[in-house]
Ligand binder design. Sequence first.
Ligand code: IPE
Ligand code: IPE
Ligand code: MG
Length: 262
Amino acid sequence: MPIKIKKYVDADVKKQEALKQNGEIPIHIAIIMDGNGRWAQKQNLPRVAGHKEGVESVRDMVEACGQLGVKYLTLYAFSKENWKRPKDEVSVLMRLLMRALQNEADKLHRNNVKVRAIGDISTLPIEVQNGLLDAIIKTQNNTGLNLLLALSYSGRWDITQAIKKIASDIKRGSLSEDNIDDAMVSKYLSTQGIPDPDLLIRTSGELRISNFLLWQLAYSEIFISPLFWPEFRRDQLYQVITDYQSRERRFGMTGNQIKTKQ
Ligand code: IPE
Ligand code: IPE
Ligand code: MG
């Protein structure tokens, strides 16, 4: 390894160790990866250049989260509403997605990452569906980071499809109305079996959820970064986690109750 890279890697390992010592590493991090287009426009590049550079941030985030021992990373890559974008941009995004899946599947597998997808997957172009399926099957027995790709996803879609399934199970007689509670509803969502995000990060300074995990974000800690997604790399993630570690999550209780529980 060249000396310069080795120095960088050694320094990075130190930062990660310090973070682990400092407090809890979030089990589940969800990210709204926003600002690719504006990042590109800022430097007079076409929007697609921003999407390409955004893939580099995804790569860095997946690697860093795996090394830190984060168990779940959910990335909002394409929303249901994003279908409303100009046709050209949508097709570039789909092509980039397919290429990233093809190019990265082996590396993800080597790094013990397990790929999953949430969203209305049947609406994606068939080549993307196939690329996804290949990556999911290849990595299905891995035990490291669970990478959830939110594609053609929206929180309202998720809740609606859950309600439909619940209604149909009640009709079939396999579910009783009396058994419906929070935990039961969670089981019908696309994130079934996955703990709710501890931390939600949104880049590009926008103060909104944009139809992401509406149900699952009930008690997530929110961090908005002013940086555009292509600028958001592992050092920024470390800063956000440090901030997360300084917060008190009260879940409706008082600060005293939380302190005496610990
Ligand atoms: C995020 O960047 C990527 C997707 C939503 C697919 P944007 O493309 O939304 O970039 P801005 O927000 O227009 O700058
Ligand atoms: C949210 O970003 C969706 C993704 C990052 C995939 P948008 O750029 O679509 O959100 P709005 O339209 O600014 O709310
Ligand atoms: Mg945007």
